[in-house]
Design a protein around this ligand. Structure first.
Ligand SMILES: Nc1ncnc2c1ncn2[C@@H]1O[C@H](COP(=O)(O)OP(=O)(O)O)[C@@H](O)[C@H]1O
Ligand SMILES: [Mg+2]
Length: 163
């Protein structure tokens, strides 16, 4: 059984440093994972996503802006990358409505990496095991930690019935 670990942490104190953390993080992320970018508004989730996408080899970081609606950015990097920002969605049904099942299918086939902002608001959507990058605001800087193999709900509960 997989064990959660958070052995990788960084303390970037600027946007540039955050981008570099994202690039380094990318080398630790296998394809076929859902990665929740977890932190409050302004923590640096979109910045980190930009660095990760760059690190995965997409080379189009400027296109990774914080999406408003409808929330999905797709990149061809070393693998397919889906970057989702679910901030403006309120219900699981709305998230299903943007076609997340199709994205998750690509992820579970090992063909895509999924980066999700505000994903912790919809715990019933994520697979049995996912990764989390937690960002904490510390003074003017940030603390970033990678937690691998976080135990998910794996489609239990109401959301599963509604699919
Ligand atoms: N490590 C960091 N230290 C200081 N400022 C940062 C850091 N990472 C990002 N920022 C800044 O924080 C602001 C919010 O970043 P953003 O990525 O849009 O956050 P989020 O997507 O979490 O709301 C931006 O102005 C960005 O430049
Ligand atoms: Mg954002």
């Amino acid at each position: 059984m997989s064990v959660p670990s958070s052995d990788l942490t960084w303390s970037p104190s600027s946007e540039e440093a955050m981008l570099l953390v994202g690039q380094e993080l990318a080398s630790h992320l296998p394809a076929g994972q859902v990665i929740l970018l977890d932190g409050p508004m302004g923590a640096g989730k979109t910045t980190l996503a930009k660095g990760i996408v760059e690190g995965l080899g997409a080379g189009v970081a400027d296109d990774v802006s914080s999406p408003t609606f409808p929330i999905v950015h797709e990149y061809r990097a070393r693998t397919l990358v889906y970057h989702l920002d679910l901030y403006r969605l309120d219900t699981v049904q709305q998230v299903l409505g943007i076609g997340i099942d199709d994205f998750l299918e690509d992820v579970q086939a090992g063909e895509a990496t999924m980066l999700v902002e505000w994903g912790e608001r919809f715990p019933e959507l994520w697979p049995r095991s996912y990764w989390r990058v937690a960002i904490r605001v510390v003074g003017d800087g940030r603390q970033v930690s990678l937690e691998r193999n976080v135990a998910g709900l794996a489609y239990q509960g109401d959301a599963a019935d509604e699919r």
